[in-house]
Design a binder for this molecule. Sequence first.
Ligand code: SF4
Ligand code: MG
Length: 335
Amino acid sequence: TERILEVKNMKTSFHTHVGEVQAVRGVSFHLEKGEALGIVGESGSGKSVTSMSVMRLLQYPGIIKEGEVFFKGEDLVKKSKAEMMSVRGNQIAMIFQDPMTSLNPVYTIGNQIMEAVIRHQKVSKTEARERAIDMLKLVGIPSPETRVDNYPHEFSGGMRQRAMIAIALSCEPDLLIADEPTTALDVTIQAQILELLKDLRTKVNTSIILITHDLGVVADVCSRIVVMYGGLIMEEGRAEDIFYEPLHPYTMGLLKSIPRLDLGHKQRLVPIPGSPPDLIKPPKGCPFAARCPYAMKICLDHQPGYYERKPGHKAACWLHHQDAPTVELDTGVRR
Ligand code: SF4
Ligand code: MG
């Protein structure tokens, strides 16, 4: 397979009047062509800043301080603003949480897709309209021939998100970055949109990065998962590693906080107590130490390196160090 994206030791900060917020503190990961990668973490973990850095969409006072972002072999960090606009228009597309803020209320859905199609594919208006209808069909909008002339307010929330995906795909991107694309939607619609993303990967062979606070959301769509906390990657592995053999206590905490649909209304959500670290003065040791039930003295003083359980599955946690005290981790799996 071809490596489409490789992020190397990326550090991104926001220079504010109260100090430098070190939002991303040295993050490395990669994505193969046609692969779907989940980036999971609570708000403030650095997952959105990571994707905005990759897209070079950071707003002032955000700045990439260090690192490289190789996209199809070229470092995006070194590209000019104009070059980046062309990359974003043609090769990398992004969808966000709230489609209403990205759709223009005064143009029909069809016109907005057509505009994107014409911008990227140099086709006539008639062809672009046909493409728009095809795109609406692809993303599962019923009666696309009439829906194409609707305005955004005539679409439901789920249909608007589908329309956004259609616009994003109209440039035939190699990489689609979806940041909390289903968070604003109800559970049924959420499942449909995730199903659609999964579908598109096989139909269009687009590589996908799915960013979410909810591990449950990535379970079905992503083959690999990166778990972020405090601006760092805490654990990385194949989806089954993360779900069945998690190594990091933060990952275990996230797993417990997944809503259990099978428990219906009595679903038990166990949030991780405490709050994320102050990234103006990031902790010297493990960023999760203040909330970790297994924290040891070494955790407070030294940031753990990565322990690799097997190729492709690694975690930054002292518990897995060869000299760590043996503890029974609450995973259901014996170490
Ligand atoms: Fe917990 Fe220590 Fe592991 Fe951090 S390094 S997750 S504090 S055990
Ligand atoms: Mg976010």
